[in-house]
Design a protein around this ligand. Structure first.
Ligand code: NDP
Length: 247
């Protein structure tokens, strides 16, 4: 049997891009997926399509910057499916900009969604997984969590933070509670994320770093599935995936 089959997987930021592709792939492999995001109409449509294929899915409204909202989403997942095997902190923003443009509100939003959102997700999932004495937390970082490009200082800062937090999580919880921790670090993926960039100079600098085709969300979903499908004794700590031409 597929090792993903029957697992309950919560995915934040599942209304588009990587999160949506991951929800669809894991559901097709027998997981019970819970899609979380703010745009519930989109979640509803995706979940209806998954259910029509005879697979298992539910959705919950969630703003990851609001701890109460994340806790409510967690409770909705538990009510629906009774346990949580995998929690994927995927929700994120990437409004790249040069620091001297002082897009301070965008800096704040990135810190709130990309860092605090991941922490709130972990705070929701950890007690459930500690009680279960099993679980898997997957945090989406980026190639920008390994190196800083022009216009990417704050975004990179948030994604470096995601890698640091996930590594700390791995060291602290894997032995004591049998909880696996995985970092997924994609290069450029063709999603709606690019539409959050308002600084043209930053967009130009990004295009220079990735001259060829970006990745498809499906490739990231497959990397996530690989980490989940390993035996419980195998913890995939990080996967980095770049488009072939990305510098
Ligand atoms: P999308 O813009 O397609 O998806 C982002 C998702 O995050 C949406 O579903 C959005 O849902 C959700 N989101 C944003 N803010 C919130 C919030 N406050 N609460 C809950 N959900 C929120 O982009 P991607 O699929 O590309 O991004 C997914 C992750 O992948 C991000 O963490 C991103 O940093 C990372 N990544 C992406 C890369 C790329 O090139 N695309 C490269 C490397 C990493 P809604 O608006 O409905 O709430």
């Amino acid at each position: 049997m597929d090792k993903i089959s029957g697992k309950v997987v919560v995915i934040t930021g599942a209304s588009s891009g990587i999160g949506e592709a991951t929800a669809r792939l894991l559901a097709s492999r027998g997981a019970k997926v819970v899609l979380a995001a703010r745009r519930v109409e989109r979640l509803k449509t995706i979940v209806e399509e998954i259910l029509q294929s005879g697979q298992h899915a539910a959705y919950t409204a969630m703003d990851v910057t609001n701890r109460e909202s994340v806790e409510q989403g967690k409770n909705a997942a538990l009510t629906q499916f009774g346990r949580i095997d995998v929690w994927i902190n995927n929700a994120g923003l990437m409004p790249l900009s040069y620091l001297d443009k002082l897009h301070v509100e965008e800096w704040e939003r990135m810190v709130d969604v990309n860092i605090k959102g991941v922490l709130f997700g972990m705070a929701a999932a950890l007690p459930v997984m500690m009680e279960q004495q099993s679980g898997h937390i997957i945090n989406i970082s980026s190639v920008a969590g390994h190196k800083v490009g022009m216009g990417g200082a704050v975004y990179s800062g948030t994604k470096f933070a995601v890698r640091a937090i996930t590594e700390g999580l791995r060291q602290e919880v894997s032995g004591r509670y049998h909880i696996r921790a995985t970092i997924i670090s994609p290069g450029l993926v063709e999603t709606e994320l690019l539409t959050t960039i308002t600084d043209q100079d930053a967009l130009t600098a990004l295009s220079a770093r990735v001259p060829g085709q970006p990745l498809r969300s499906q490739s990231i979903a497959e990397a996530i599935a690989y980490a989940i499908e390993q035996p419980e004794s195998v913890s995939v700590n990080e996967i980095i995936i770049r488009p072939t031409e990305q510098v």
